[in-house]
Design a protein around this ligand. Structure first.
Ligand code: ZN
Length: 408
């Protein structure tokens, strides 16, 4: 088999395209392949598909293709132009690349696969690309994915905020809790940030929303109330955020008590911070005895911790009436505990209880997108904190958007 025939086969070129020449440069470790076509071939106008004769050629262009073993491989061709009565003199489309791309479809597919599994710098080393080239492939893939994205019903959504590493700026993320995909990203965590997601939906899509998991964050509550019909029955405050608030209260109790004890020369609580932050079942085996001994002492933090642990039962009820009864008992206990941070946390929860017990109808939490969270954390650390927030958003869509990224 001749090398031209071999490359015609490898590139999958079809009539009227053939490989006219192959050049192997051992020193530069590269293969150059030229594609050509017969003069009398006919071409379709890219806009209206009218079949026309060749008008002339554009300048020769080069596309990076999949390597031939360790040799970088580049395809060269002059793209034919046709003179269409309706569209003027235009370049035809070539079967091996998207318009304006400098890579063949197969190379771009490979690059997308590599980019999915490592960061942009890693991809530049594996593929022998510049940072801008690799980033360009990633960015085009996201644009392509968004253009193809169909309007569909997202029934259960999670709204969460993410700190973008540099400068402590926030992003608002909307996730599809069933698909585990990031549907929308906005800067900041204001009402407007979330408003923009809702205003992009059709009335059918807004009606189709069944549940919205979120933290007790006023701007998100307002945005959801303003746009989602019957939002009052659909907002579900995320149980892990709520437990987070109570855990913070436990930690505040510990801090105050530790300070008071230390002033009296008592080191009982020294080094115990994390013990009180664990859930009962997560205390590490080697510290269980130490923790049990601490709990046997009459400590304020011990009481605060017990109150927090019991609250977790609120989400185990099946019947709303039983759940509400439990809640009343717990609230009484917490507010009569003489532990100020715990009392405050209980008051915050009371103000929001109507949309906490909606959990019984819609058992959703933002932890359903936990996999997403860890992935986003990885994206952020891979890029050592994105200096450019647009880049961070694009990378999240690339890795977590559930988009169809490949060129076709
Ligand atoms: Zn045309």
């Amino acid at each position: 088999m001749q090398d031209t025939a071999l490359y015609q086969y490898l590139l999958g070129l079809q009539s009227p395209w053939t490989v006219s020449r192959v050049n192997l440069d051992m020193h530069a470790q590269r293969v150059d392949v030229w594609a050509a076509h017969p003069e009398d071939a006919a071409w379709a106008c890219p806009h209206c598909s009218t079949v026309l004769p060749l008008y002339d050629h554009a300048e020769e262009r080069t596309w990076r293709h999949l390597d031939s073993c360790q040799f970088q491989t580049h395809l060269h061709a002059r793209i034919p132009r046709v003179a269409c009565a309706d569209h003027g003199v235009v370049q035809v489309t070539v079967p091996w690349a998207e318009p304006r791309s400098r890579f063949t479809l197969l190379f771009e597919r490979l690059a997308i696969d590599v980019l999915r599994h490592c960061d942009v710098s890693g991809a530049t080393r594996i593929l022998g690309l510049s940072w801008d080239e690799a980033w360009g492939i990633l960015q085009r893939a996201v644009t392509r994915g968004h253009a193809r994205k169909q309007t569909r019903m997202v029934r259960r959504i999670g709204v969460d905020e993410k700190a973008a590493a540099k400068g402590h700026r926030y992003l608002t993320l909307v996730c599809d809790l069933d698909e585990g995909t990031v549907e929308y990203i906005a800067e900041d965590r204001t009402q407007e940030s979330l408003d923009r997601y809702y205003t992009g939906l059709t009335p059918e899509q807004l009606n189709g929303i069944e549940a919205v998991a979120m933290d007790m964050w006023e701007p998100y509550i307002q945005a959801t109330r303003a746009h989602v019909p019957e939002a009052a029955e659909k907002i579900v405050f995320d149980r892990f955020h709520i437990m987070g608030h109570v855990s913070n209260a436990v930690d505040t109790v510990r801090k105050h008590e530790h300070r008071a004890l230390m002033a009296a020369g008592d080191e009982t609580l020294k080094g115990s911070k994390y013990l009180w932050l664990y859930s009962r079942e997560n205390v590490p085996a080697q510290r269980r005895e130490e923790f049990a001994a601490l709990k046997r002492q009459e400590l304020k933090v011990g009481r605060a911790w017990a109150i927090k642990e019991v609250l977790r039962c609120l989400w185990h009820y099946v019947y709303p009436a039983s759940g509400r009864k439990f809640w009343k008992r717990w609230y009484f206990w917490a507010t009569h505990s003489r532990l100020e941070p715990i009392r405050k946390a209980a008051e915050t929860i009371r103000r929001h209880i109507a949309n906490i017990v909606t959990y019984y109808q819609h058992p959703v939490t933002n932890a359903m997108s936990e996999g997403l969270n860890s992935q986003i954390q990885k994206i952020n650390s891979m890029a050592c904190g994105f200096r450019n927030i647009e880049h961070f958003k694009t990378a999240i869509y690339f890795h977590c958007g559930g988009l169809d990224l490949y060129p076709c």
